[in-house]
Structure formats: C-alpha cells, structure tokens
Design a protein around this ligand. Structure first.
Ligand code: GRF
Length: 206
C-alpha cells in the first residue's frame, strides 16, 4: 500500500466539499488522510463536521495577528506541524499569502463554482445568472498568485435553466463539485498530471 497523502483543508463555512473528500477517503476511492482542517471562522460548521470524524480541526483568528502575513505564517506553521503535503482550499474566503502559495507550489488546489476564466471572485452563481449564460459549472485548479487564475485540473459543466435561482443553480453546481474535487485531488496526489504552460495534462497511465 502506497503511503497516504496528507491533506490540510482550509475552509470558512459549511464544508460540504470537505465532507465529500472525507466520504471518498472512507470509501477507499482517495488514498489520502486529512491531517488537519483549518478555519478562519470560529463557529464555522466545518469545524464541528471535522471533529465529529475525529479529524484535527483548528480555528485561527485573524484578530490575533498584526497583519495578513502573520496570520498566514501561523497557518503555514500548523500545516508543517501536521506534515501536510497538499493544501486543499474548500470555500476558504481569503486570498492566500504569496509565501504560503510558494511553499505549496503545485500542491495547493482550489475549487471555484464557475467555469473559469468566466466569473472569478465572489457571488459567481448570481453573476452567471445575471449575465445570462446557458451553461455554468465548476473548476478545480492549482492556486497561483492571481485570483482564481491557476492552471485548470478539471471542470464540470451544468446547464442553467430558465427558472433557476441563485440557490437552485448553486445546488446543481455543488453536486458536481462534490464529484470532481476528490477526482482532481486523486490525480494530483498520485502524480498523474503534469503542468505544461497553463495546461494540466493527464500523464499516460500505462
Ligand atoms: C463552494 O461552492 C466552492 O466552490 C466555493 O465555496 C463553496 C464552499 O462550499 N469555493 P462548502 O463549504 O464546501 O459547502
């Protein structure tokens, strides 16, 4: 049995993507373990979700630090202390510091609820509806120094229906998020992709 990849998951909210990662690990579909979950929100539901599964869960309070650099240095320290090899951003609502991004270059992933490069940033399901696109979806990408700009690992497409609300569209997208995030993590931790320019190419599996 090859060693399990150690994941550190950063989340600000409910953590349904974390849950799908946990479920995939438990089903044996993802050869990984979650070494630590870190949240910047004290009462985020994700912390309870992690603790219920006996996963180490930490709250890091931005207010305890003079600046953003200090906050992210602390997160980096926790990741190192827990021997984290891959950082998984799952609804973490802060722009990561450059030094942390560099420390986990090509080992930090994010999921975004739109088909990048369309609709980066926040409130993207609302923006997709307002723009009138007929398809939207989700994107898993490596994290670089830009906002939702890193090389794309996987995407999934969903239709936008005439009677969609932000809520119904978000739910349809979320279902796909739960499917492709574990799949993308699996590709990366098993070294099954290479980055060529901006393109993430699946290696020959033979
Ligand atoms: C997801 O829509 C994800 O794409 C975005 O934040 C949301 C997190 O949802 N980055 P959850 O906390 O995983 O339920």
């Amino acid at each position: 049995m090859i060693n399990k990849a150690k994941l550190g998951v950063l989340v600000s909210g409910r953590g349904s993507n974390l849950q799908s990662i946990i479920d995939n690990i438990e089903k044996g579909k993802l050869n990984a373990e979650i070494a630590v979950v870190i949240s910047d929100v004290k009462d985020a539901y994700v912390l309870e979700r992690a603790r219920k599964r006996n996963i180490k869960a930490c709250f890091v309070n931005t207010k305890d630090f003079k600046n953003r650099g200090g906050f992210f240095d602390e997160i980096g320290k926790i990741l190192r202390q827990n021997s984290v090899e891959y950082v998984i951003l799952a609804g973490f609502m802060r722009i990561i510091s450059l030094s942390l991004i560099n420390a986990y270059k090509n080992r930090m992933l994010n999921i975004h609820p739109a088909l990048l490069p369309s609709f980066p940033g926040l409130w993207v399901q609302k923006k997709a509806l307002e723009y009138g696109v007929k398809y939207s979806g989700c994107t898993v990408h490596f994290v670089d120094e830009g906002c939702d700009t890193g090389p794309i690992i996987l995407q999934a497409v969903v239709p936008v229906l005439d009677n969609d609300t932000e809520e119904t569209l978000s739910q349809r997208i979320l279902k796909e998020e739960h499917r492709i995030y574990p799949e993308a993590i699996d590709l990366v931790i098993n070294g099954r992709v290479k980055i060529v320019g901006r393109r993430v190419i699946k290696k020959d599996t033979k």
